[in-house]
Design a protein around this ligand. Structure first.
Ligand SMILES: [Mg+2]
Length: 483
C-alpha cells in the first residue's frame, strides 16, 4: 500500500481517513487536515499507530484497556505539534486552472469587485423590516428588532412553509443544533416530526427552501449607499494593481452586474478612480443574472451615460467606453468571439453567478468568498487547533471501540461520546454559536461548500489575492490518493 500524500510514517489510508474524518478532497478542509498531518511528526508515529490500529484486532475490551487507549490518545495529543497557520491570502483550487490559457477576465460587481462594510448589512436589515411592515403588513412591533450580525451565516436555507432557518450538509442533512424558528432552537425530535427525518430530499431543498428574499429593497439601498460610498464600501489598496496587471498582460476584461450603472459608477470611482472604465472592455449593468446566462432572447441596449437614458436601437457590437444594459450571454460571446474555456469569470455567488457559465458555457470560474478571512482566522487560532486535534483523536478511538459489548465498556464509550459532543459544540461555537462554520458541519462539507467546489475552479477571499501569483500560474487542487 502506498503511503498517504504528505505522510511518511506507517499510517494507512483507511486509518488516516477515520483519524482525520476525511472523506473527500475538499480543499479548505483538506488544507487543514494535511497541515495537521504534516505537523504531527509522522516519522515518530509509534504511539499514534498503536492508538489507531490496536482496535482492528479485537472488538472486546476491558474498561482498563479502554482507559489506557484514552490515556495514550491524550498523551499523543499533548505532544502533538500544532498545525501550521493557513495563509489567508491564498487562492484555493477545486479544479486545475492554468491562467496562461485565460484570455478574458469577467467580473460580477457586488461583493466581487466591491467589498462592503458591515454597515450595509444593517442597512439592508432595516430596509427589509420597513418593507415587511409597509408592503406585507407585518406588525409594527418588528421595527424595534435590532440587527444581530453574529446570528446568521452564509449558505443557510430557509423553509418558508415551516418558518425554519437551517444549515444543511452536502447530503441535505440538517446539522444538529443548527435549525431555528426565529431565534428559538428547534430540537431534532421536532425536526423528525416535521420532516420525518433529519435529512431532506434534494427536491424539497431545491423547491421549498430559499437562500434569501430581499429583492424589493434594492433601489432604496442603492440610493442610500450612493449618497455615502466611503461609509459602505471597503477600499482595497491592491485592487488597482490587480486590474493594471491584467491590462499590461493584454487580457480582455468585462463586468456583468445586476446593479444599475449609476450605482456601479459611484462605487468603481471610489475603488479604482474616475477613469475606472479604462480597465474594462465591456460593461453590462442591470443584467438580470442568472437569466442573463440562459435567456437568449433578451437584447442588449445601450445606456447613454450623460443623460441616463436607454437607447432603443439595436446593439450590433459592444464597444469599450460604452455601457450596456440587459442582454444575454450568447450574444456577448458571439459579438466578442470569446471561447468559453478562455474566459475566467469571478462572482461571489456560486449558484447565480457561476453555475450556468460553468455548466453550459464552459467558462472557467472563480469565487470571491469574503467569509474565508474569518474562517481562516479561527482555523489558525490556538483554541481551535487544540480542540480539533483532540476531537480527531477521540473520534478515532470511539469509532474503533464502538463495538465493545460489555456493559462497563459501553459506559466508558458513552462518557467519551459526551466529551466528543461537547468538543464538537466548542469547535462549532468558535465560528458561530448558532450555525458554526460556513464550510463544514461536524462531519461533512456544507451544502454551500458542495456547490462552491462544484461550480468554482478557484476561490479566495478577495480579487487582489491573485496579485500573489503570475498571470501564467497554474492552480492545482489538493490531492488525496485513493487506493
Ligand atoms: Mg455579487
Amino acid at each position: 500500500m502506498t503511503p498517504l500524500y504528505n505522510c511518511k510514517g506507517p499510517l494507512r489510508l483507511s486509518s488516516f481517513r477515520s483519524f482525520c474524518s476525511l472523506t473527500k478532497p475538499f480543499c479548505l478542509q483538506h488544507n487543514l487536515f494535511s497541515l495537521c498531518c504534516k505537523s504531527s511528526n509522522m516519522n515518530s508515529l509509534s504511539n499514534k499507530t498503536r492508538v489507531i490500529t490496536f482496535v482492528t484486532q479485537s472488538k472486546s475490551y476491558s474498561t482498563e484497556s479502554l482507559r489506557k487507549f484514552y490515556a495514550e490518545g491524550r498523551s499523543l495529543w499533548e505532544k502533538k505539534k500544532l498545525p501550521e497557520d493557513i495563509n489567508s491570502s491564498v487562492v484555493f483550487a477545486s479544479n486545475e486552472l492554468d491562467l496562461g490559457e485565460i484570455k478574458v477576465y469577467g467580473f460580477d460587481y457586488d461583493y466581487t469587485i466591491a467589498q462592503y462594510s458591515p454597515s450595509v448589512e444593517k442597512l439592508i436589515y432595516d430596509l427589509g423590516k420597513k418593507a415587511l411592515i409597509s408592503k406585507y403588513r407585518y406588525p409594527k412591533e418588528i421595527e424595534s428588532l435590532e440587527y444581530n450580525r453574529s446570528y446568521a451565516v452564509r449558505g443557510l436555507h430557509y423553509d418558508i412553509q415551516n418558518g425554519l432557518l437551517m444549515k444543511l450538509d452536502q447530503f441535505q442533512q440538517i446539522q444538529i443544533g443548527s435549525i431555528y424558528r426565529g431565534l428559538t432552537h428547534v430540537s431534532m425530535e421536532e425536526v423528525r416530526k416535521i420532516y420525518g427525518s433529519k435529512a431532506l430530499s434534494l427536491g424539497y431543498v431545491e423547491g421549498h427552501l430559499r437562500g434569501s428574499a430581499i429583492g424589493s429593497i434594492h433601489p432604496e439601498m442603492h440610493r442610500i449607499v450612493g449618497q455615502d460610498v466611503p461609509k459602505y464600501l471597503v477600499r482595497d489598496p491592491k485592487l488597482v494593481d490587480f486590474f493594471q496587471r491584467l491590462k499590461r498582460s493584454g487580457k480582455e476584461t468585462f463586468i456583468i452586474t445586476n446593479s444599475p450603472y449609476y450605482f456601479v459608477d459611484l462605487g468603481m470611482t471610489f475603488l479604482l478612480g474616475e477613469n475606472w472604465q479604462d480597465y474594462f472592455d465591456v460593461v453590462i449593468a442591470k443584467a438580470k443574472k442568472p437569466d442573463f446566462f440562459t435567456d437568449n432572447m433578451r437584447p442588449f441596449r445601450e445606456l447613454v451615460k450623460e443623460i441616463h437614458m436607454t437607447c432603443w436601437g439595436p446593439v450590433k457590437c459592444l464597444e469599450k467606453g460604452k455601457v450596456y444594459l440587459e442582454g444575454n450571454l450568447s450574444s456577448l460571446q458571439e459579438m466578442k468571439n470569446w471561447d468559453g474555456q478562455g474566459v475566467l469569470y469571478f462572482g461571489d455567488h456560486p449558484y447565480s453567478d457561476l453555475a450556468d457559465v460553468s455548466l453550459h458555457h464552459l467558462w472557467r470560474t472563480g469565487a470571491i468568498i469574503w467569509e474565508l478571512d474569518d474562517e481562516i482566522r479561527i482555523l489558525n487560532s490556538l483554541d481551535y487547533k487544540r480542540a480539533i486535534g483532540w476531537l480527531q483523536i477521540l473520534q478515532n478511538i470511539i469509532e474503533n471501540c464502538q463495538d465493545s459489548d460489555e456493559e462497563d465498556a459501553r459506559e466508558v464509550i458513552l462518557e467519551w461520546t459526551k466529551e466528543r459532543d461537547e468538543l464538537r459544540k466548542k469547535t462549532k461555537d468558535l465560528f458561530n454559536p448558532y450555525f458554526g462554520s460556513v464550510f463544514r458541519t461536524h462531519d461533512n462539507p456544507t451544502y454551500f461548500s458542495r456547490r462552491l467546489f462544484r461550480f468554482a475552479d478557484i476561490y479566495t477571499s478577495r480579487l487582489s489575492n491573485l496579485n500573489n501569483y503570475s498571470v501564467k500560474h497554474t492552480f492545482y487542487p489538493r490531492k488525496v490518493n485513493f487506493y
